[in-house]
Design a protein around this ligand. Sequence first.
Ligand SMILES: [Zn+2]
Length: 241
Amino acid sequence: MDNKSDSTNKIENYETSTIKKHIEDIIDYAAPKMDVYEFAIYMYLLRNTRLIGKVKDFFAFRSKRKELPMGASSKKTPTPMSKKSAYDRLISLESKNFIQILDNTYKGKCIQVYYPSEIQGLIKEIENDKKVIDIEEIDFFESHEYKEKILERENRKCFYCFKKLSNEGYVIEHVVSRPEGNNSYRNLVASCRTCNNKKSNLDVNDFIRKLYRENIISDTELTALTQKLEQLKNGELKPDL
Ligand SMILES: [Zn+2]
């Protein structure tokens, strides 16, 4: 008797943890790829297939759409999504690989439904998107590792005068000085100590013209530097993390 209830618990625990994982995946990886109608339809389809042990089933959306969440509207009585909205969303869900429409019959559409973990490349794609967002939030002044990443981005050369930098002989420099400038990779460069001292609180454009006037950089280098500064500001010079 006891043994039996033990093994039942184990099966339930296994199912609970699998379903928990699927729900986490849906929120983390499916929702960001969907609009609210797509999400409502997808959840409805999952509820009526995978959650009851089926991979696919027939759905007649002409009537089923009334069982789905109502449209987002400011009206006092919300209305169901239109037939067109429902059918358009089925097509877009299929194009995003969340479902596959296998057949179209008098019973409705036969739809196969996939969990995010079954869709090739989806989780990786969202994780990569997250990395791009994260880099914008990193304080590159915070740790030695991050400063090194800036130095590597510069190919271990001074951002301003192009001289080779040694491991000890460089500083991480704010292009726009504090407090206006921040510690983003868009505002930090690796520079030699001479350039750092010389720049001090000068505006970066005044400073690079000064380097040119003093023959520290050539006119080709001045052009390259002007271009680099523009790319830096636009976030095109991302350090490899
Ligand atoms: Zn320099």
